[in-house]
Design a protein around this ligand. Structure first.
Ligand code: FUC
Length: 328
């Protein structure tokens, strides 16, 4: 194994096991018991940790299981301003995506703290000017495996100059460990989503989702009639911590998503490139679904969106829980 690359495994007494590497804080596998008690890997991963360092994988920009930053999602016009200062970011056709050319998903993080089988904290110092962002940003990402079969992810950050920050995680879930998610049941507690333009940049408008193809307030099959694929920011209700539930009848595995964030990007990739996946898993059309709790995309340029600027003396905090159980 590449000498800088480290793999951390956390395990609990119910047999749940999660593997995370220090490259991009990528969750490479997450094994949870199904209704028969057999372990199923519910996140899509490559067959070995080194595969994430290869060009074949990185050129596809799919951010498999990775931590995204300094700003997850899209920033319009390839720039933003704080006070009178304009900052230019790496961009393609005016759109800055997922922190730039070499975002947090492609950095080797330090292992700051490790509690055997229970938790690991990674840290990364993003220097002033990295990818165009102002300020030295100290970031910590903690992954904790709880007795309740929950994976809790906590992102914290501090800066020495005002800067936009939006961190999240990008696991691709499939509760059968193979195939497609079209027959999974989905519930998202959200009344509105963000309208986007053809570059997937928000227009600034929030659209009510009642009775539209974005309405998953009542649990339904992902592949229901009006499904066209999702790559959208759902606005979360302020009074709710539990924001989504995913369930597969086939494995009996249920996952609940909790967060303190104002929005969640839900992304169903239509296909995967031809990679070699962990356990030789085979995936079909609509192989997986990502739940990425975060602030609104493009918030640095949209004054009606929640504040995304972290100032010196403040601490950024994003808490995400993926909780697993079975139901027959
Ligand atoms: C999601 C999406 C993007 C992108 C990426 C891999 O966050 O919003 O469109 O394709 O993941």
């Amino acid at each position: 194994m590449n000498r800088n690359l480290k793999l951390i495994t956390l395990k609990n007494s119910n047999g749940v096991e999660v593997d995370i590497i220090n490259f991009g804080c990528i969750i490479t596998s997450l094994r949870v018991p199904d209704k028969e008690g057999d372990l199923v890997n519910v996140v899509v991963g490559l067959s070995s940790p080194e595969d994430y360092l290869k060009k074949e994988y990185q050129s596809k920009a799919i951010y498999l299981g990775a931590t995204i930053g300094r700003y997850a999602g899209r920033i319009s016009s390839g720039s933003f301003s704080i006070d009178e200062n304009k900052y230019n970011l790496q961009n393609e056709n005016g759109v800055h995506l997922h922190g730039g050319k070499e975002g947090f998903d492609k950095k080797i993080w330090n292992i700051e703290d490790y509690k055997e089988n229970k938790s690991v904290t990674f840290s990364y110092l993003s220097k002033d000017g990295e990818e165009g962002y102002p300020g030295n940003l100290k970031v910590k990402a903690t992954f904790e495996l709880l007795k309740s079969n929950s994976l809790k992810i906590t992102y914290k950050a501090e800066t020495d100059k005002a800067t936009p920050v939006n961190l999240t995680t990008h696991p691709y879930f499939n509760l059968n460990g193979r195939g497609s998610i079209l027959k999974h049941d989905l519930e998202i507690l959200s009344d509105a989503y963000l309208e986007v333009d053809k570059h997937l940049v928000p227009s600034g408008k929030k659209i009510g989702s009642k009775n539209t193809r974005f309405d998953f307030n009542e649990k339904s099959k992902i592949g229901r009639k009006d499904f066209k694929g999702l790559d959208d920011a759902f606005i979360l209700r302020e009074d709710k911590l539990r924001v989504a539930t995913l369930f597969s009848e086939e494995s009996g595995i249920k996952m609940q998503v909790f967060t303190n964030q104002p929005a969640m990007v839900v992304y169903t990739n239509p296909k995967f490139p031809e990679f070699s996946f962990a356990d030789n898993a085979e995936y079909y059309d609509f192989p997986s679904i990502c739940f990425e709790p975060q602030n609104y995309p493009d918030a640095p340029n949209q004054s009606s969106f929640p504040n995304s600027i972290l100032k010196p003396g403040e601490t950024y905090l994003n808490e995400i829980i993926y909780k697993f159980g079975v139901k027959s």
